[in-house]
Design a protein around this ligand. Structure first.
Ligand SMILES: [Zn+2]
Length: 308
């Protein structure tokens, strides 16, 4: 672009941006239509206040595919394990919504651990790995229906390929608060790579996803949950705030930022098993509080211990 044309474009922007803002303000300030006398104005009831916990315990759920298996797929134990049916997924998300769980993005949990601030006591984060097309076609409508949010860990080289999300799908979902993380470029197991290859997988996926979804990628989910000391160090050096592994129960304050735990939801899991997972955080907080009460009772009455 020539210097003169560049200046003209900048000038045009300087003129149009305040104009657009003024128009938006005017639209917002337009008076409401006059109401008939005696009309009762109902305002939506305020949502109940969310009970916050400084010492939270949040289960971060890890999904892969949300789909019905065809006959060939259903013969594969691996596929059955990776795939939750849309009907099961809907009953799980409905259960969370109806039981008052707050849906968090992975990023919300990362920030709370890093900055040491509180999170809702009854909360859960949904994550989906690998970026399958069904995350958009099957899972997304269910998430929207129940006002749930989720984080998708994308394998950047497979986006826009058969069976996977397109960048357009990602942008569309982003408008409804779907967040994104990296699941590397090629889904190689990171500990098996040289440091240079590892750096490429971590940095290039972050760069590619950020340039396509216009959002900062704060975390990497290690492919197949495999990591070692070099992997976590290189993830930090690549600019990630956090790394997600596999297993380890709910996320609690003080967790290692590069070894944040997730709980896998497998295909064919009963709603009862699912409930056990999602209440694990609340149960942990309750047990911790019980233990503390017990300890402080003992500390206050030493004579009782002797007499016991
Ligand atoms: Zn994966």
């Amino acid at each position: 672009m020539g210097g003169r044309r560049f200046l003209a474009v900048v000038g045009l922007l300087i003129l149009t941006v305040p104009l657009a803002a003024a128009v938006a303000l005017r639209v917002a300030r337009q008076p409401e239509a006059p109401r008939k006398p005696g009309t009762i104005v109902r305002t939506a009831p305020a949502p109940p206040p969310v009970d916050m916990a400084e010492r939270f315990a949040v289960p971060v759920l890890m999904y892969h595919r949300i789909a019905d298996l065809d006959e060939r797929e259903s013969r594969s134990p691996l596929m059955r394990d990776l795939t939750v049916s849309p009907a099961d997924f809907e009953s799980q998300v409905r259960y969370l919504a109806e039981n008052g769980f707050t849906f968090l993005l992975a990023r919300d949990v990362e920030q709370a651990v890093q900055e040491g601030h509180s999170l809702p006591r009854k909360a859960v984060a949904i994550t989906m790995d690998d970026g399958y097309k069904d995350n958009f076609a099957q899972a997304f409508p269910i998430l929207r229906k129940y006002g749930a949010v989720a984080t998708i860990f994308l394998v950047s080289a497979t986006v826009n390929t058969a069976g996977h999300l397109s960048w357009d799908d990602c942008l569309l979902m982003r408008r409804d608060r779907v967040g994104y993380g990296s699941h590397t470029v090629h889904h190689y197991e990171l500990p098996s790579l040289t440091v240079a290859e590892m750096d490429y997988e971590l940095r290039e996926s972050k760069r590619a996803i950020e340039s396509k979804v216009f959002d900062t990628v704060t975390a990497v989910a290690y492919p197949s949950g495999r990591y070692n000391r070099t992997v976590t160090e290189r993830a930090e050096a690549a600019g990630y705030l956090a790394g997600w592994k596999k297993g380890g129960g709910p996320v609690q304050p003080g967790a290692d930022m590069y070894l944040l735990p997730r709980v896998r939801v497998n295909g064919g899991e009963s709603l009862k098993d699912f409930q056990r997972i999602v209440w694990s955080g609340m149960n942990l907080m309750r047990d911790r509080a019980d233990a503390e009460r017990h300890r402080s009772r003992l500390a206050r009455r030493p004579q009782d211990i002797q007499g016991a």
